[in-house]
Design a protein around this ligand. Sequence first.
Ligand SMILES: [Zn+2]
Length: 233
Amino acid sequence: MRNRLFSLVLTLVAGLLVVLGGSMPANVASPQTVPPSAASPVEVDLTHVAYAGTVYLTFDDGPNPTYTPKVLAILRKYGVKAVFFELGQNISYYPSITRNLRSYGMKIGNHTWSHPDLTTLSTSSVIWQLNKMESALGYRPRCVRPPYGATNSRIQTIIANRGQRHILWTVDPRDWSRPGTWTIVNRVLANVRDGSRILLHDGGGNRSQTVAALDLLIPRLRARGYVLGLMAC
Ligand SMILES: [Zn+2]
Protein backbone atom coordinates (compact mmCIF):
# COMPACT_ATOMS: atom_id res chain seq x y z
CA MET A 1 0.00 0.00 0.00
CA ARG A 2 2.77 2.39 0.95
CA ASN A 3 4.78 1.42 -2.12
CA ARG A 4 1.74 2.05 -4.31
CA LEU A 5 1.24 5.50 -2.77
CA PHE A 6 4.90 6.29 -3.28
CA SER A 7 4.81 5.32 -6.95
CA LEU A 8 1.64 7.36 -7.46
CA VAL A 9 3.35 10.45 -6.01
CA LEU A 10 6.38 9.79 -8.24
CA THR A 11 4.12 9.56 -11.29
CA LEU A 12 2.38 12.82 -10.41
CA VAL A 13 5.69 14.64 -9.87
CA ALA A 14 7.08 13.26 -13.14
CA GLY A 15 3.94 14.35 -14.98
CA LEU A 16 4.17 17.82 -13.49
CA LEU A 17 7.80 18.10 -14.58
CA VAL A 18 6.87 17.09 -18.15
CA VAL A 19 4.12 19.72 -18.22
CA LEU A 20 6.41 22.41 -16.83
CA GLY A 21 9.32 21.39 -19.04
CA GLY A 22 7.14 21.24 -22.11
CA SER A 23 5.92 24.76 -21.64
CA MET A 24 9.24 26.30 -20.86
CA PRO A 25 11.05 26.85 -24.21
CA ALA A 26 9.45 30.02 -25.54
CA ASN A 27 11.05 29.92 -28.98
CA VAL A 28 9.56 26.61 -30.14
CA ALA A 29 7.63 27.08 -33.38
CA SER A 30 3.95 27.73 -32.79
CA PRO A 31 1.61 24.84 -33.64
CA GLN A 32 0.13 26.80 -36.57
CA THR A 33 3.28 26.30 -38.61
CA VAL A 34 2.85 22.51 -38.50
CA PRO A 35 0.01 21.04 -40.55
CA PRO A 36 -2.37 19.15 -38.21
CA SER A 37 -2.26 16.05 -40.40
CA ALA A 38 1.55 15.84 -40.51
CA ALA A 39 2.47 12.29 -39.58
CA SER A 40 6.19 12.89 -39.80
CA PRO A 41 7.95 13.75 -36.52
CA VAL A 42 10.16 16.13 -38.50
CA GLU A 43 8.92 19.66 -38.09
CA VAL A 44 7.62 21.14 -41.36
CA ASP A 45 8.44 24.80 -41.79
CA LEU A 46 5.57 26.42 -43.64
CA THR A 47 6.36 29.96 -42.54
CA HIS A 48 7.46 30.87 -46.09
CA VAL A 49 4.12 29.76 -47.56
CA ALA A 50 1.50 32.50 -47.26
CA TYR A 51 -1.84 31.02 -48.24
CA ALA A 52 -3.72 34.08 -49.46
CA GLY A 53 -7.04 32.46 -50.32
CA THR A 54 -8.93 31.18 -53.33
CA VAL A 55 -9.75 33.24 -56.42
CA TYR A 56 -11.89 32.37 -59.43
CA LEU A 57 -11.31 33.04 -63.13
CA THR A 58 -14.34 33.69 -65.35
CA PHE A 59 -14.49 34.35 -69.11
CA ASP A 60 -17.41 36.07 -70.83
CA ASP A 61 -18.87 36.41 -74.33
CA GLY A 62 -17.53 33.25 -76.00
CA PRO A 63 -17.21 30.76 -77.43
CA ASN A 64 -14.89 32.37 -79.97
CA PRO A 65 -13.08 30.24 -82.60
CA THR A 66 -9.80 32.18 -82.28
CA TYR A 67 -9.45 33.02 -78.61
CA THR A 68 -11.39 30.41 -76.62
CA PRO A 69 -9.03 27.57 -77.68
CA LYS A 70 -6.03 29.74 -76.71
CA VAL A 71 -7.52 30.49 -73.30
CA LEU A 72 -8.24 26.78 -72.83
CA ALA A 73 -4.66 25.86 -73.77
CA ILE A 74 -3.26 28.22 -71.11
CA LEU A 75 -5.68 26.99 -68.44
CA ARG A 76 -4.69 23.39 -69.26
CA LYS A 77 -0.98 24.29 -69.17
CA TYR A 78 -1.36 25.45 -65.55
CA GLY A 79 -4.00 22.91 -64.55
CA VAL A 80 -6.57 25.63 -63.84
CA LYS A 81 -10.34 25.40 -64.32
CA ALA A 82 -12.69 28.32 -64.94
CA VAL A 83 -16.29 29.24 -65.68
CA PHE A 84 -17.15 30.46 -69.18
CA PHE A 85 -20.28 32.63 -69.32
CA GLU A 86 -21.29 32.00 -72.91
CA LEU A 87 -23.77 33.48 -75.35
CA GLY A 88 -26.24 31.01 -76.82
CA GLN A 89 -25.81 32.59 -80.25
CA ASN A 90 -22.07 31.84 -80.18
CA ILE A 91 -22.67 28.28 -78.96
CA SER A 92 -24.96 27.74 -81.96
CA TYR A 93 -22.07 28.80 -84.26
CA TYR A 94 -19.31 26.89 -82.45
CA PRO A 95 -20.84 24.03 -80.44
CA SER A 96 -17.66 21.94 -80.61
CA ILE A 97 -15.68 24.64 -78.78
CA THR A 98 -18.14 24.57 -75.91
CA ARG A 99 -18.08 20.75 -75.85
CA ASN A 100 -14.29 20.90 -75.75
CA LEU A 101 -14.30 23.27 -72.77
CA ARG A 102 -16.58 20.92 -70.89
CA SER A 103 -14.50 17.87 -71.75
CA TYR A 104 -11.56 19.52 -69.95
CA GLY A 105 -13.61 20.21 -66.83
CA MET A 106 -14.55 23.84 -67.51
CA LYS A 107 -18.00 25.02 -66.44
CA ILE A 108 -20.41 26.89 -68.69
CA GLY A 109 -22.62 29.68 -67.37
CA ASN A 110 -25.61 31.37 -68.99
CA HIS A 111 -24.75 34.84 -70.38
CA THR A 112 -28.04 35.01 -72.38
CA TRP A 113 -28.68 34.32 -76.04
CA SER A 114 -27.63 37.66 -77.60
CA HIS A 115 -26.17 39.88 -74.82
CA PRO A 116 -28.99 42.39 -74.19
CA ASP A 117 -29.30 44.62 -71.12
CA LEU A 118 -31.83 42.43 -69.29
CA THR A 119 -33.13 45.31 -67.15
CA THR A 120 -34.63 46.89 -70.32
CA LEU A 121 -36.54 43.73 -71.30
CA SER A 122 -39.95 42.42 -70.21
CA THR A 123 -39.89 39.46 -67.85
CA SER A 124 -41.03 37.12 -70.62
CA SER A 125 -38.21 38.39 -72.87
CA VAL A 126 -35.66 37.86 -70.11
CA ILE A 127 -36.87 34.28 -69.70
CA TRP A 128 -36.76 33.80 -73.49
CA GLN A 129 -33.10 34.99 -73.54
CA LEU A 130 -32.14 32.53 -70.81
CA ASN A 131 -34.13 29.60 -72.23
CA LYS A 132 -32.85 30.14 -75.78
CA MET A 133 -29.23 30.04 -74.53
CA GLU A 134 -29.95 26.83 -72.62
CA SER A 135 -31.55 25.15 -75.62
CA ALA A 136 -28.33 25.86 -77.57
CA LEU A 137 -26.23 24.53 -74.69
CA GLY A 138 -28.41 21.47 -74.14
CA TYR A 139 -28.91 21.82 -70.38
CA ARG A 140 -29.57 24.39 -67.65
CA PRO A 141 -26.33 25.62 -66.08
CA ARG A 142 -26.30 26.54 -62.39
CA CYS A 143 -25.00 30.08 -62.91
CA VAL A 144 -26.29 33.11 -64.82
CA ARG A 145 -24.37 36.34 -65.40
CA PRO A 146 -26.45 39.24 -66.75
CA PRO A 147 -24.67 41.07 -69.63
CA TYR A 148 -22.88 44.32 -68.59
CA GLY A 149 -23.61 43.30 -64.99
CA ALA A 150 -26.91 45.12 -65.56
CA THR A 151 -29.29 43.75 -62.97
CA ASN A 152 -31.95 44.59 -60.40
CA SER A 153 -34.18 42.77 -57.93
CA ARG A 154 -36.57 41.67 -60.73
CA ILE A 155 -33.75 40.04 -62.71
CA GLN A 156 -32.37 38.42 -59.56
CA THR A 157 -35.80 37.01 -58.72
CA ILE A 158 -36.26 35.61 -62.24
CA ILE A 159 -32.90 33.84 -61.99
CA ALA A 160 -33.57 32.56 -58.45
CA ASN A 161 -36.99 31.23 -59.51
CA ARG A 162 -35.23 29.14 -62.17
CA GLY A 163 -33.09 27.57 -59.45
CA GLN A 164 -29.96 29.32 -60.69
CA ARG A 165 -27.23 31.42 -59.07
CA HIS A 166 -26.87 35.10 -60.01
CA ILE A 167 -23.11 35.63 -60.46
CA LEU A 168 -21.38 38.95 -61.11
CA TRP A 169 -17.67 39.66 -60.45
CA THR A 170 -15.46 41.52 -57.98
CA VAL A 171 -12.36 42.25 -60.10
CA ASP A 172 -12.74 43.85 -63.54
CA PRO A 173 -9.49 44.78 -65.33
CA ARG A 174 -11.53 45.96 -68.36
CA ASP A 175 -9.58 43.64 -70.63
CA TRP A 176 -12.19 44.13 -73.37
CA SER A 177 -11.01 47.75 -73.81
CA ARG A 178 -7.53 46.42 -74.72
CA PRO A 179 -5.59 48.60 -72.28
CA GLY A 180 -2.36 46.58 -72.80
CA THR A 181 -1.33 43.14 -71.62
CA TRP A 182 0.57 44.32 -68.52
CA THR A 183 -2.18 46.76 -67.59
CA ILE A 184 -4.61 43.84 -67.47
CA VAL A 185 -2.19 41.83 -65.32
CA ASN A 186 -1.43 44.71 -62.96
CA ARG A 187 -5.07 45.75 -62.55
CA VAL A 188 -5.95 42.23 -61.42
CA LEU A 189 -2.96 41.96 -59.07
CA ALA A 190 -3.75 45.37 -57.56
CA ASN A 191 -7.35 44.44 -56.73
CA VAL A 192 -7.35 40.71 -56.07
CA ARG A 193 -8.47 39.48 -52.63
CA ASP A 194 -9.45 36.19 -51.03
CA GLY A 195 -12.60 35.04 -52.83
CA SER A 196 -12.24 37.38 -55.83
CA ARG A 197 -14.20 36.60 -58.98
CA ILE A 198 -12.06 37.86 -61.84
CA LEU A 199 -13.80 38.97 -65.05
CA LEU A 200 -12.01 38.35 -68.36
CA HIS A 201 -13.30 37.92 -71.92
CA ASP A 202 -12.63 35.18 -74.48
CA GLY A 203 -15.13 36.59 -77.00
CA GLY A 204 -16.62 39.82 -78.33
CA GLY A 205 -13.54 41.12 -80.16
CA ASN A 206 -9.76 40.83 -80.35
CA ARG A 207 -8.73 39.12 -77.11
CA SER A 208 -5.03 38.61 -77.81
CA GLN A 209 -4.13 40.89 -74.86
CA THR A 210 -6.35 38.83 -72.56
CA VAL A 211 -4.70 35.61 -73.75
CA ALA A 212 -1.19 37.04 -73.19
CA ALA A 213 -2.20 38.48 -69.81
CA LEU A 214 -3.63 35.14 -68.64
CA ASP A 215 -0.29 33.41 -69.21
CA LEU A 216 1.42 36.04 -67.01
CA LEU A 217 -1.33 36.29 -64.43
CA ILE A 218 -1.75 32.67 -63.29
CA PRO A 219 1.86 32.15 -62.08
CA ARG A 220 1.84 35.57 -60.38
CA LEU A 221 -1.39 34.84 -58.53
CA ARG A 222 0.09 31.55 -57.36
CA ALA A 223 3.34 33.22 -56.32
CA ARG A 224 1.25 35.46 -54.05
CA GLY A 225 -0.27 32.41 -52.40
CA TYR A 226 -3.60 32.28 -54.19
CA VAL A 227 -5.26 29.04 -55.17
CA LEU A 228 -7.21 29.19 -58.43
CA GLY A 229 -10.58 27.59 -57.73
CA LEU A 230 -13.61 26.65 -59.81
CA MET A 231 -16.95 28.18 -58.90
CA ALA A 232 -19.86 25.77 -58.42
CA CYS A 233 -21.63 26.55 -61.70
ZN1 LIG B 1 -20.74 39.99 -71.70
